[in-house]
Design a protein around this ligand. Sequence first.
Ligand code: MSP
Length: 518
Amino acid sequence: MPEKYYLTTPLYYVNAKPHIGHSYTNIAADALARFMRLSGKEVLFLTGTDEHGQKIDKAAQTAGLAPQEFVDKMSLTFKELWKKLNISHDDFIRTTEPRHMKAVGAVWKELEKRGRLYRAAYSGWYCTPDETFWTEGQVAREDGRERCPECKRPVERLEEENYFLKMSDKREWLIRAVREAKEMVILPETRRNEVLGFLENNELQDLCVSRPKNRLGWGIPCPLSDAHVTYVWFDALINYISAVGYGADAKKQKKWWPADAHIIGKDILRHHAVYWPILLNALGLELPRMIFAHGWWVEGGQKMSKSRGNVIDPLEISARFGVDAYRYFLLREASFGQDGTFSEEAFILRYNTDLANDLGNLLQRTLTMCEKYFGGEIPPGASSAFRGELRDRADGLLPKLEGLMRRLAFSDALAEIWALVNQANRFIESQAPWKLSKEGKAGELAQTIAALFEVLKIVAQALYPFMPSASENIGAQLGMKDPITRIPFENNLWGYFKNGGTAQKGLPLFPRIESEKK
Ligand code: MSP
């Protein structure tokens, strides 16, 4: 039985079109999912949309549509984008789907049964864009207005009766779990420290998990009260278990839960690393194995977001420069976990240097030389006879990638692949096949060209998680008969062309971008 690997992305709010931030999480999750599949794991990659709450309700009103009609339409824009960006999710969950709504109902009942809920009057402040409550003491005061302490937007005063999930008594338990990092690991280390700092320096407030229906009707009904609906964050977090059959399919749940990785942005760390583990524990479920909070794409020091009007449209960028180049840039430019700055100059520089020059030229030169010296036929026996540093590095690539990918160190993994690409480019210079040909050193020339084919095949396989189309394209140009995904990844070894092969040179992979500036 293959080992299972269950990974998730956040569910995106459908109040606006997807932007670079959303695509970043999904591209990263996709690279990880593809890598895990190549390594032989049975993967469940889940993404989806978060469709309830005040923010969505307001957006529907602005669009002049009924909420359901609005979320149906908006959820589609996410699905379509994932298709364009080659995202290979296995499941797409919408919080308005019956399977999810039923699971949320089952969670309410289970928590009630376990005595983890109580009803009480609440008064405090509410930040609608963040869908978060703040107490009198937490709220920020600026320009004579009460504001959200996180996003600084104005908050509304609320007084109402609601259901609360008991959390305060779980504080010590959670501090221990986060500190020990045995059952659940929070990465990167800085984020784990942030969670510990929050838990150690604050009292843990019980979480308000309902909303009065008369104030906010657009939510999942609360089975305990006709007058309440489910708080949108409580609703949304449950997706991670509803998608694997919570309350409906115990066998499926047993197979997939706990999740192996929740990939999120750092903005929603507290929801995932504090509220979610407590909710799971209250339900008697295991904690996720890993929570990885990545950084933000910023512009002028500000998070890119719809409300700030500084967003990059993933469709536009990938239409101009290609989907693979877009995926590559996001995962290479910023180390996963740190913030990144998006600029067109940086994008074009990486494209021209890494993709057009380093990788594109390596492929082009190798194929051209194979044509020129061997009529496109890779000489049989030549690659297995080859020994040297280039082969050592190529053989060592997969074990290195495994360690890096397990820690979601995408940029470092790509840097390792490029170290091999660049070594192969230097190898061409030092071998100087044109000289070997002139000097009539046919054996060495054959080994040189065949070695380059082996390297490119290993590079193509290693690139598959990041740039699936380019990877397949390289495979096809090398004349590989097996699809990259069919060759077991652990056989990512030297020797694929030991019996020769026929190159199928095609168009350049990444044509150079000439600067559009005058
Ligand atoms: N609906 C909630 C999540 C519920 S999960 C049970 C939510 N949605 S969101 O659409 O506002 O944002 C989701 C995620 O988008 C963030 O966590 C982050 O992964 C990503 N990003 C949004 N803007 C971003 C950037 N500017 N940069 C990088 N990623 C950011 O929160």
